[in-house]
Design a protein. Structure first.
Length: 95
């Protein structure tokens, strides 16, 4: 009887360990996907910002979403449009 209890405890421990390892692996995968979904659009916006800072105002911001990064992309798109209008107006006045 004691042998059966010990075997049951060992089996239970193995099951708990396997489930724990699987849960940790799943959490790591989901975390990596979440991080990538945040960093990739931000990296694209940073590249566009660098282009604008170097005077290239014909950038096209493709990112569209309802989340905070999408709002940032919309505001950045509006800012670049405003800068383009200012430059065009100044070129008409002085160019």
């Amino acid at each position: 009887m004691l042998g059966n209890t010990k075997a049951f405890n060992n089996t239970s421990l193995r099951i708990v360990l396997v489930i724990s390892i699987m849960a940790i692996a799943l959490a790591a995968i989901l975390t990596a996907l979440a991080v990538k979904s945040i960093t990739k659009p931000l990296a694209e916006i940073v590249d566009i910002a660098e282009n604008v800072s170097n005077g290239r105002l014909n950038v096209d911001i493709q990112y569209a979403s309802k989340d905070e990064i999408g709002i940032l992309a919309d505001k950045f798109r509006a800012m670049v449009g405003g800068i383009n209008q200012l430059v065009t107006g100044m070129n008409h006045m002085y160019g």
